[in-house]
Design a protein around this ligand. Sequence first.
Ligand code: FMN
Length: 148
Amino acid sequence: MLDLLLVYVTKSGNTRLVAEAIADGARSMGLEARAADLRDIETADILGADVVAIGSPTYEQRMLPLIEKLIDSLDSKKCRGKPGIAFGSYGWSGEAPIFIAKRMRELGFDVLDPVMRVQYKPNDKDIEACERLGKDIALKLKSLTRRT
Ligand SMILES: Cc1cc2nc3c(=O)[nH]c(=O)nc-3n(C[C@H](O)[C@H](O)[C@H](O)COP(=O)(O)O)c2cc1C
């Protein structure tokens, strides 16, 4: 079974809620999905997943340093062509997920749209949008694997 790993950091829990809602949506369509705090996983887990989602909230117009470090540590040879997603909660400017998507593209990930940005704590509509993204990822992967 294909698997999606959503790795994130969060200070007040909002980005975790985004990750969990995307994971719920993906699971509802038969994808194996796990949302994990960066501190609980190894880089090998990330490179071993079929789809990788990376999330950070925006603080001081940036992603959190731990996520930046993780991205810097990834070997582009192992990321090339892998479907990727960027996400995160923000307050007013929301740069982090956009920077994450850019860095993931530079590493060779095939970054899927949309970059998921949620303002502060996700409300019911945001949760629905995140679940929909998870479902769309699952559908896209199914169609990709059917073609190969
Ligand atoms: C000290 C501080 C700096 C912040 N800087 C930004 C910022 O530059 N841009 C922005 O969009 N939001 C900013 N925020 C808002 C956070 O991104 C927002 O509260 C987000 O929901 C936090 O997500 P988390 O719960 O995953 O940590 C800031 C919040 C704090 C407390």
